[in-house]
Design a binder for this molecule. Structure first.
Ligand SMILES: [Zn+2]
Length: 102
């Protein structure tokens, strides 16, 4: 599941959900994201996990960060997303939308 929408206090908010326990990951310091690079350049699906016990249970090895998969701290994910959705790409999307409505 990784990223979901939770309705809270009258608003729809994106949240990270732990793929092991199903609870929200409350802060970037609590979580990791992990993926299995199978072949090529992807895209590869990601899983989000609480650090510690959920990571260990998800991988079933009792010691993980994060088994044999690639992983990174959730605190790094927003800046990678911001880079990939940066001003040039956002502008390109707006231009495409304006072409569709013209
Ligand atoms: Zn968890």
């Amino acid at each position: 599941m990784s990223i979901a929408i939770r309705y809270t206090e009258g608003d729809h908010c994106p949240v990270f959900v732990c793929d092991q326990c199903g609870f929200d990951i409350g802060g970037e310091w609590e979580g990791i994201y992990t993926w299995d690079p199978i072949e090529g350049n992807g895209p590869f699906a990601i899983s989000t996990l609480h650090k510690g016990r959920c990571d260990e249970l998800f991988n079933g090895d009792g010691v993980s960060m994060s088994g044999g998969s690639c992983w990174n701290s959730l605190k790094d994910l927003p800046r990678y997303l911001a880079h990939n959705l940066g001003p040039n790409r956002l502008l390109a999307n707006e231009l495409d939308e304006s072409k569709e409505t013209a």
